[in-house]
Ligand binder design. Sequence first.
Ligand code: SF4
Length: 364
Amino acid sequence: MSRVRHDWTKQEILDIYNKPMMELLYEAASIHREHHDPNTVQVSTLLSIKTGGCPEDCGYCPQAARYHTDIEGNDLMSVSHVKAQALRAKASGSSRVCMGAAWRNVKDGPEFDQVLEMVRTINKLDMEVCCTLGMLTENQAQRLAEAGLYAYNHNLDTSEDYYKDIISTRAFQDRLDTIDNVRKSNVTVCSGGIIGMGEKLEDRAGMLVALASLNPQPESVPINALVAVEGTPMEDIEPIAIWDMIRMVATTRIVMPETQVRLSAGRTQMSREGQAMCFFAGANSIFAGDKLLTTPNPDVNEDMEMFRLLGLNPQKPFTKISQPKTVEASESKFQSLNEKPKWSRPGHTIERNELAKQKAKLTD
Ligand code: SF4
């Protein structure tokens, strides 16, 4: 059985990534079979519970308020709306709901209380609940854990070196600190990144070094391909070749053998054959539904047809880790601390982000 290592070097990971394709696929598929059922793939649904108007400047993101995109902003969804969407997702085969809010960080108050209620509601539907709400304190992580949160998503996005070319409103270390706060609770960690943002292969390897060095490694690692959205600083970047995605998935599987590797954004640009190779290389989760937060995603019926063709079965919820118990708000041990944490704000200039911002001012 291949063991979990936390001491991978960038060069070792690059050597794996650059192996001849057939060798890479064989090694990744063999490790995948040691740790996972190769015919089971988790289907998750991503819900944007608060869309747009984000103060951050992530160069890939159409939800950043400073860029001019076609995204329609929405206030925080009601708990009943979220419940209805979760029930629909469950009926179409999803075992996990991931709720995303376009926030820089979580703030204690009525909106966070509403999110905690959403977590309680979905956990009681016997689905895995994940949230991605931005930076988070330890107390906030504990409150989410009590509500029954299964996973918290906080992507590293790319390598530490390339991070400062993508985002200027927070630092790579803030990401690591939030993941650390999540780890102090019983909530599992979901953290991955995006390829095809103009990074070097060394950056892809650097991101995997950072993720694999975490101890324990994240239970879930989403691998996204950039979906270039008009109005964002990355609008003109060409999509990556499917081979890059297959290599990235395979390498992730080899360096993080026990992790759930998620084939995430960018699937509309991939053929079924390409996705099948990603599953063979170790991807064992997809996001279902026609939208991934705000970018297009294959229709759920198309995905079920692909599962039928490939003989894949949707994974049942709580297969890896048992269901967390929901503590009601009235019995909670962790109350709001009204913290005002000092997350960093490097504020350096990223030329393409500045250009997109100027362009948006002229358009608005
Ligand atoms: S990726 Fe998240 S934090 Fe960054 S701009 Fe988009 S919504 Fe905001």
